[in-house]
Write a protein that binds this ligand. Structure first.
Ligand SMILES: *Cc1c(COP(=O)(O)O)cnc(C)c1O
Length: 371
């Protein structure tokens, strides 16, 4: 039996991730693989570490990319910071908040859920009140909730509330890092994780992560080592140091790709990149509204990197998305959980956030939607 050459359709990825990968990043992945202890590779690892620090705007020493997608970054922070019996407060206003709560529970945390309906965001006073009523070791929240399209504002005030009550704050930055303002140190966020395939536009496979010295101390003060060897952050810190020890084989080509993607972000400039995401989102929002589509999230909490609109009455959600894919090579996504069948989710992340993509999607929708 023989198999033909791979020949995937030339999709334009406007869903919740992965986003389209820039040709420069794709070419970099064809760089010959080195050994993981090769001095040439070790130099690249240090460059990537510095680039991740710059992107998060942090000086945290424990900054690295976990081998795995965004969820591996989430589990790395949870499994290192949560010990059985630890009180944990999790903001749940969408799918990824749910996942954080589930994960903290599986690692033995006594999880309290701070709940809001999907699509809404939290007020720092709510976090403060919840911690006043029951102190927690750790608070976990999502910055950009990809399941709803809502951006959590006032992270700095939330971090301050956490610290007033002696809690650490970790923030899911999967759909914000590289597309929205993320200021780890200025905001006082203790730990954060992201993924390569959203606003950074590298292929999926690594989770850029950063943890400040308070978070590191919390790991060092555990009564037993973290239960997941593969995600042990103190061992990974050693692997990402200038004198590494073998822990597991680095995904060499993925590290090369991340380096190129981050280098491109720095060439563009973070401010300019955030502004590009904002500008293209504004154009999309205006176009969708002129097509009569109703935004799901009010403007002040709307994510520029992921837009949600209600599927109009009498429109077949699945059929429209299939036609977008088959006739236009455009991928957008539907909703899930309580929003299944109710919303479309349109990502403009990284290399996918381009004016021509906005125009193409709007033209395709104008053709496909009735009226
Ligand atoms: C995509 C996403 C994740 C999970 O990342 P994977 O790369 O799919 O493992 C976590 N949080 C948010 C907000 C996401 O959008």
């Amino acid at each position: 039996m023989t198999y033909p050459d791979l020949n995937t359709p030339p999709r334009i990825l406007l869903g919740p991730g992965p986003s389209s990968v820039h040709p420069r990043v794709l070419r970099t992945m064809a760089t010959p693989v080195t050994g993981y202890m090769d001095p040439a590779f070790l130099e690249i690892v240090q460059e990537v570490r510095t680039l991740i620090q710059q992107t998060y705007r942090t000086e945290n020493d424990l900054t690295l990319a976990v081998s795995g997608t965004g969820t591996s970054g989430m589990e790395a922070l949870i499994s290192n910071l949560v010990e059985p019996g630890d009180p944990v407060l999790v903001g749940v206003n969408g799918f990824f908040g749910e996942r954080l709560a589930e994960m903290a529970h599986r690692h033995g945390g006594e999880v309290e859920r701070l709940e809001a309906p999907w699509g809404q965001v939290f007020d720092p006073a709510q976090v403060d009140a919840a911690l006043q009523a029951r102190p927690a070791k750790l608070v976990a929240m999502v910055h950009a909730e990809t399941s709803t399209g809502a951006l959590q504002p006032e992270v700095e005030a939330i971090a301050a509330a956490c610290h007033r009550h002696g809690a650490l704050l970790i923030l899911d930055c999967v759909t914000s890092l590289g597309g929205l303002s993320v200021e780890l140190d200025a905001w006082g966020v203790d730990g954060a994780y992201s993924a390569t395939q959203k606003c950074l536009s590298a292929p999926p496979g690594l989770a850029p992560l950063s943890l400040n010295p308070r978070g590191v101390a919390a790991i060092e003060n555990r009564s037993s080592p973290p239960p997941v060897f593969y995600l042990d952050l103190l061992l990974l810190r050693k692997q990402w140091s200038e004198q590494p020890a073998y822990h597991h084989t680095s995904p060499i080509s993925a590290v090369f790709a991340l380096r190129e993607a981050l280098r491109m972000a720095m060439e563009e400039g973070l401010e300019a990149r955030i502004e590009r995401h904002r500008r293209n989102a504004e154009a999309l929002w205006a176009g969708l509204e002129s097509l009569g589509l109703e935004p799901f999230i009010p403007r002040e909490h709307r994510l520029p990197t992921l837009t949600t609109v209600r599927v109009p009455e009498a429109v077949d959600d699945v059929a429209i998305r299939r036609q977008l894919l088959e006739d236009f090579n455009l991928e957008i996504a539907g909703g899930f959980g309580p929003l299944a069948g109710k919303i479309w989710r349109i990502g403009l992340m990284g290399h996918s956030s381009r004016r021509e993509n906005v125009t193409l999607l709007l033209a395709a929708l104008a053709e496909l939607l009735p009226g």
